[in-house]
Design a protein around this ligand. Structure first.
Ligand SMILES: O=P(O)(O)OC[C@H]1O[C@H](OP(=O)(O)OP(=O)(O)O)[C@H](O)[C@@H]1O
Ligand SMILES: Nc1ncnc2[nH]cnc12
Length: 183
């Protein structure tokens, strides 16, 4: 993890109390996008561990992945594929491959879909996301890649908040350990 970037990610992060109707704090990562130097460095830092494996495409889930994925893809000079969530009202038309997640960090099972024409057997896929807790969404993305015959190289996230065995199993690299974010 690049030490200077990691430090700035921590400085720009906040936990927010959404108000009296909510029992838990929510993460606010908007400061990462607002800082021009961090925004410019995120893509190159995320993809650095995977360059040698020559990914052909970056895959990321809605909604935050739609921001981070293209930063990573442009850093590599490859294209970007979005994974859409059922229920967000913006399902794409045409042939799709679906997978359902195990229960995620909110206890939800999420249905994710990827356009078939954008992912295939010639692809070596780098998955990108902002945060990983249970790995549920990543597992569904890996399932979709398997159905499409694409090879998953691993996942690059900003904040690693999962047990080490999950990180090892899913080949996750990160820019900051969530334990190092301010409380
Ligand atoms: O490891 P997991 O338990 O799967 O949790 C991590 C996922 O959950 C968050 O997304 P969320 O569904 O909250 O969507 P968002 O990007 O719209 O915030 C985060 O962006 C990851 O995709
Ligand atoms: N964005 C996020 N994704 C997963 N787990 C989280 N915990 C706090 N914020 C989170």
């Amino acid at each position: 993890m690049p030490a200077d970037l990691t430090e700035r990610l921590a400085t720009l992060f906040q936990w927010i109390d959404p108000g009296p109707d909510t029992s838990h704090l929510v993460s606010d990562i908007s400061g990462w996008w607002r800082d021009p130097a961090v925004l410019a460095e995120l893509g190159p830092a995320l993809v650095a561990p995977y360059r040698a494996a020559r990914p052909t495409v970056v895959l990321a889930p809605a909604v935050t992945g739609l921001l981070l994925g293209p930063l990573a893809a442009t850093a590599l000079g490859v294209g970007f594929v979005a994974a859409h969530k059922h229920g967000d009202g913006r399902l794409p038309a045409g042939p799709l491959t679906w997978a359902q997640t195990p229960p995620d960090y909110r206890g939800r099972r999420v249905d994710l879909a990827v356009r078939d024409r954008h992912l295939g057997p010639d692809d070596r896929v780098l998955v990108v996301d902002d945060w990983v807790r249970t790995g549920a969404q990543l597992r569904a993305l890996y399932d979709i890649c398997a159905v499409r015959g694409a090879e998953v190289l691993g996942t690059a996230v900003v904040a690693v908040d999962c047990p080490p065995d999950v990180a090892a199993d899913l080949r996750i690299t990160g820019l900051i350990d969530a334990a190092d974010l301010p409380t």
